[in-house]
Design a protein around this ligand. Structure first.
Ligand code: UD1
Length: 368
């Protein structure tokens, strides 16, 4: 009998974590019956569908269409809809990824219906309870049956919180599986096409992504960020694919979107395009979790505009540095002068995380 597994995705960073596992389970179809469920937390074409295309994923079997709203609305709607799916499918296992509202909503719903839950990317902690993601992570980890950690600090955090260590499996970073796969598909002519499309020169630009509420929901902060980027673009071209949340705030605060030629504000990019641009910048400026990890893997300097990170290994062993609005200019100037951090390869960030997870699921299903 094959193991019926519902794989839950909701927001953009979930798709590249789900893909390697689905591909592997689909290959082993006598042992697994994987079902993709998309909650619809992210729904714009550039935030969702193009990722399924680039990651070679099929259409989800279930699309819950929950959309945006307050945290309570989004979480509540997801729970109501997911409850029906669980009743309908009666799966052996639900797998959730990362730390978004869909992760929390579906893990809680499944557990209350007595369905085992596995959490991929468990154990990360920013120790900042003002971040919705930290709440999502802690609750999901507290109730999950199998916790897959991307780095050893994740194991330590979980053990400190009293999680049974037999539930914790250090498997490495599954996002790197997708990164390695997409890198293989990017050749010289694709790169030339992308750099031509955006009118920038390889190795001479800065890549920016910012969407955290703490950076973009406050008018003053957002204006200071835009001002900094505008000034930076007089030294080096800046490309800024704008997340819908940031765009909404920019429009609401009446921040002009039309900047100078060297300050390129563009729509969210598809996965393959973004990774191409992530390979060669002088540095990336971000507040995203995934980009801190990808730049570490790619050995690209990364400045993270946050007071903390749930991914400290990208600082201690990688290319990442935390900056504030007060320090970002100085750090950026240092990198532009050639002084930047070098990273080292991270343990089990090797493209084989999905294999390790599958092996663990196989053993787990035999024990059941
Ligand atoms: C969510 C995750 C965050 C993750 C980010 C990646 C939570 C709490 N946050 O934040 O951890 O880093 O995704 O992108 O789960 N919108 C659109 N189109 C879309 C999606 C959103 O226009 O397809 C707009 C809506 O106006 C919405 C806003 O963006 O209100 C924010 O979306 P939401 O899903 O609430 O949170 P994110 O900021 O995207």
């Amino acid at each position: 009998m094959s193991l019926k597994v519902v794989l839950v995705a909701g927001a953009r960073p979930n798709f590249m974590k789900l893909a390697p596992l689905w591909l592997e389970m689909n290959r082993l179809s006598s042992a697994f019956e994987p079902i993709i469920l998309h909650t619809g937390q992210h729904y714009d074409y550039e935030m969702s569908k193009v990722f399924f295309e680039d990651l070679e994923l099929p259409e989800p079997k279930y699309f819950l269409g929950v959309g945006s709203g307050t945290h309570a609305e989004q979480t509540g709607k997801t729970m109501i809809e997911f409850d029906r799916v669980i009743e309908n499918e009666d799966p052996d296992l639900v797998v959730v990824f990362g730390d978004v509202n869909s992760t929390l909503a579906c893990s809680v719903t499944a557990k209350k219906l007595l369905i085992p839950v596995a959490h991929v990317e468990a154990g990360l902690r920013s120790f900042d309870m003002t971040m919705p993601e930290e709440i999502n992570r802690k609750i999901t980890d507290a109730i999950s049956d199998i916790l897959f950690t991307p780095s050893k600090d994740g194991d330590e955090n979980l053990i400190r919180e009293g999680i049974d260590k037999n539930k914790i499996c250090f498997v490495g970073n599954i996002m790197i599986d997708s990164l390695i796969a997409i890198l293989k598909s990017i050749d010289q002519s694709y790169e030339d096409k992308i750099f031509h499309k955006f009118g920038i020169q390889k190795t001479n630009y800065v890549l920016v992504t910012l969407h955290r509420p703490s950076n973009v929901d406050d008018r003053n902060n957002l204006l200071r960020i835009m001002d900094f980027l505008n000034t930076l673009s007089s030294k080096i071209p800046v490309i800024f694919p704008v997340h819908p949340r940031t765009k909404k705030m920019m429009n609401g605060f009446d921040t002009s979107l039309d900047q100078n030629e060297a300050f390129k504000i563009v729509e969210p990019l598809r996965y393959k395009e973004f990774i191409t641009l992530e390979k060669y910048p002088k540095f990336a400026l971000t507040d995203s979790g995934g980009i801190q990890e990808e730049t570490t893997y790619l050995n690209v300097p990364c400045l993270t505009l946050r007071p903390n990170t749930e991914r400290p290994i990208t600082i201690t062993q990688g290319t990442n540095e935390l900056v504030s609005l007060g320090s970002v200019k100085e750090k950026a100037d240092l990198i532009l002068k050639g002084s930047c951090k070098q990273g080292s390869p991270l343990e089990l960030w090797d493209g084989k995380t999905s294999h390790r997870i599958i092996e663990i699921f196989t053993k787990w299903s035999l024990r059941k």
